[in-house]
Write a new protein. Structure first.
Length: 73
């Protein structure tokens, strides 16, 4: 885990608003396979009081993800 005080500098969003898009170029995004259980997801979108409704396909497109992973594995 990234220390709270480093999140905005490293990712590009404050804690509570971190999302898989609109982030710093050097950040690699992985999506957890558990998300595939849902037809839509509601990730944060840059602030602690915002979210966006996305289908899994839209999330893949918006996030420019590298791979699906099993975080619980």
């Amino acid at each position: 885990m990234i220390p709270k005080e480093d999140v905005k500098k490293l990712i590009g969003h404050d804690v509570g608003g971190v999302c898989p898009f609109g982030i710093n170029d050097a950040v690699t995004v992985y999506l957890d396979v558990s998300l595939k259980e849902y037809s839509v997801v509601y990730p944060a979108c840059g602030s602690g009081n915002s979210a966006i409704k996305l289908t899994i396909n839209e999330l893949e497109e918006a996030s420019n993800y590298k791979a699906w992973v099993d975080v619980c594995k």
